[in-house]
Design a protein around this ligand. Structure first.
Ligand SMILES: Nc1ncnc2c1ncn2[C@@H]1O[C@H](COP(=O)(O)OP(=O)(O)O)[C@@H](O)[C@H]1O
Ligand SMILES: [Mg+2]
Length: 364
């Protein structure tokens, strides 16, 4: 059982507090992604789990054993970095075998383990080549092979795909998800890319300035973001946020007046007073053509299946809508778009969400 439990992990570099008390319970065989903007502390947290960095305080428990005081090699983890860190003069075989050589395993055992890892990673034909003869994606697979042969309890990945071009990243996402299934191991994967997080994770930890904003499945984060930060970080294009003032609250929900004019009654619960300032969140894909907000179309991106429409409201605020591919719209024209009230999100002045009543059922 390779559960991973973090309790009250803090980290400061001198007087600079980087992690502010992280508590997480990661399940056996789970694929968890840490996502957040650059500098929010993702790598620091991963390096603390690996034992490459000491926490200022807190406890790390892997498979029920407190490893907080153990050196990296005794923690049962292995880590794959963005830079592949391969030995250029060694063959693929010897690069993968490296940790086994260090452990002085007999040749037959080395051959069996390298052979198995190479099979899983489709590197069997490449074992005699040098890293310089491989593509970027193949090199990253060699680095992953080196971590597989150690048979760790927990795999740690720090932005392993960031050096690859977009098409290859897409392929590698699928391969890593497949690898997770083949190995059925616990994996923690760090990225700043919300698409990687959404596509690969069982559960996502959204980090912001050294704190956990939300820990949940991709669809929980998409449909039920707990904060404004999560709402705008998850989803592409980003959620629109329209400032508004509360007019009142009753059984039907919260009635607000948008700053640009127009009232909406939103089926959300929470404490709000007349006059409170809120923001109404509208995902671009939830907007459709219809009477509502009038915007001037500034840029139209025809993707074929969809038209990403960037416009400006009379207030000067920008609004993005994902409309049908063949929508009869043109740059420079005025266009009205609307949203079903049940699809809107509402955030209070502190950035916390007001709970939606009829949010869509979550996919399993
Ligand atoms: N060794 C270090 N010394 C001082 N500050 C550091 C060190 N490592 C990271 N930091 C700081 O900690 C913060 C988080 O860094 P990091 O964990 O690398 O972020 P991320 O991986 O999310 O981009 C940043 O402000 C960074 O400058
Ligand atoms: Mg990092």
């Amino acid at each position: 059982m390779a559960t991973l439990d973090l309790s009250s992990i803090t980290k400061s570099f001198g007087t600079h507090a980087v992690l502010g008390g992280i508590d997480l319970a990661i399940r056996d065989k789970e694929f968890v992604v840490f996502v957040g903007p650059s500098g929010c502390g993702k790598s620091t947290l991963l390096r603390i789990i690996a034992g490459l960095e000491d926490a200022t305080s807190g406890r790390i428990v892997i498979g029920g054993n407190d490893v907080s005081q153990l050196p990296p090699v005794e923690r049962g983890i292995s880590m794959v970095f963005q830079s592949y860190a391969l030995y250029p003069h060694l063959s693929v075989y010897e690069n993968i075998a490296f940790p086994l050589r260090v452990a002085r395993l007999p040749e037959a055992e080395v051959a069996a383990k390298v052979g198995r890892a190479a099979g899983i990673l489709q590197l069997t034909e490449k074992l005699q080549l040098k890293p310089g003869q491989l593509s970027g994606g193949q090199r990253q697979r060699v680095a992953i092979g080196r971590s597989i042969v150690r048979n760790p309890k927990v795999f740690l990945f720090d932005e392993p795909l960031s050096n690859l071009d977009a098409a290859l990243r897409g392929d590698m996402r699928v391969e890593l998800s497949q690898l997770h299934r083949d190995l059925s191991a616990t994996m923690v994967y760090v990225t700043h890319d919300q698409v990687e997080a959404m596509t690969m994770a069982h559960r996502i930890v959204v980090l912001n300035a050294g704190r956990v904003e939300q820990f949940g499945t991709p669809m929980e984060l998409y449909h039920h973001p707990a904060t404004r930060f999560v709402a705008t970080f998850i989803g592409q294009p980003n959620m629109n946020l329209l400032p508004a003032t509360v007019l009142g609250q009753d059984a039907a929900g919260l009635t607000v007046e948008l700053d640009g004019g127009g009232t909406m009654t939103l089926p959300v619960d929470g404490q709000a007073q007349k006059g409170d300032r809120v923001e109404v969140g509208m995902r671009p894909e939830n907007l459709h053509i219809g009477p509502g907000l009038t915007m001037k179309v500034r840029v139209l991106e025809r993707l074929g299946g969809a038209s990403i429409t960037y416009g400006m409201l009379p207030t000067g605020q920008r609004l993005c809508a994902v409309l049908p591919g063949d929508a009869m719209i043109r740059e420079g024209e005025e266009l009205s778009v609307a949203i079903a009230p049940a699809d809107a999100h509402v955030f209070d002045a502190s950035g916390a969400v007001m709970r939606r009543r009829q949010a869509p059922a979550l996919a399993a």
